[in-house]
Design a protein around this ligand. Structure first.
Ligand code: ADP
Ligand code: 5GP
Length: 191
């Protein structure tokens, strides 16, 4: 079934470590009619993550089959050898249940979803105060190897260049302040 275009989409994108996941979790706790689009990925599961809740963790072979079958709304090789993609079935399922949908996707994927949904989507770029802060947060999070963190920091500068293409830039410096700011912005958009 085609997605219900009346439902609204909140797209949250940023370099890794900027605070997307934290912001998305906050918005989910504030808005009961908002549901998270669980993406598919080929990356290894982290401690504490749950298959089907954080991601659908699948093999590269299965991911490529999904691309071939046209199952993905968008997909990216976000880091070399690691694929992420939005499942059409997931977005349809949530919209058909009456939810507005929130996405945690990379900057290119975010802009692609915005292009598809136009005015029905609010694209938000979460900006860190600095690249040094990103590195500090990723090290502090303790979920990725030094090599993974290096790759993510290397990509961050390029990703920051996409910020002006988003509907809204949220600077995540003080987390409490950022939460209030985005809560107000999303409330306005959904109403
Ligand atoms: P992303 O999903 O963008 O990779 P996370 O939400 O996982 O980022 O945040 C990265 C780390 O930084 C986490 O450990 C999180 O608790 C922390 N964090 C998030 N926002 C802030 C902030 N404003 N100040 C300091 N640390 C933060
Ligand atoms: P992580 O491995 O830290 O969970 O995510 C790495 C990056 O992949 C983040 O920027 C995240 O937003 C992005 N990502 C997660 N799911 C998707 C998706 O479905 N599509 C795209 N394009 N990026 C995604």
């Amino acid at each position: 079934m085609a997605p219900d275009k009346q439902k609204k989409l909140i797209i949250v994108s940023a370099p890794s470590g900027a605070g997307k996941t934290t912001i998305v979790k906050h918005l989910l706790s504030c808005f009961p009619d908002l549901a998270f689009s669980v993406s598919a990925t080929t990356r290894a599961i982290r401690a504490g993550e749950v298959h089907g809740k954080d991601y659908f963790f699948i093999s590269e072979l299965e991911f490529k089959e999904r691309i071939e079958s046209g199952d993905l709304l968008e997909w990216e090789e976000v880091y070399k050898g690691t694929f992420y993609g939005t499942l059409k079935s997931e977005v349809d399922r949530l919209m058909n249940k009456g939810f507005n949908v929130i996405f945690d996707v990379d900057v290119v994927g975010g802009l692609n979803i915005k292009k598809e949904y136009g005015e029905n989507a609010l694209s938000v770029f979460v900006s860190p105060p600095s690249v040094a802060d990103l590195e500090f947060r990723l090290n502090n999070r303790k979920t990725d190897s030094a090599e993974t963190i290096r790759k993510r920091i290397e990509k961050a500068q390029w990703e920051l260049g996409f910020a002006p293409e988003f509907d809204y830039i949220l600077v995540n410096d003080s987390l409490d302040k950022a939460k209030i700011e985005i809560e107000e912005k999303v409330a306005d958009f959904l109403n």
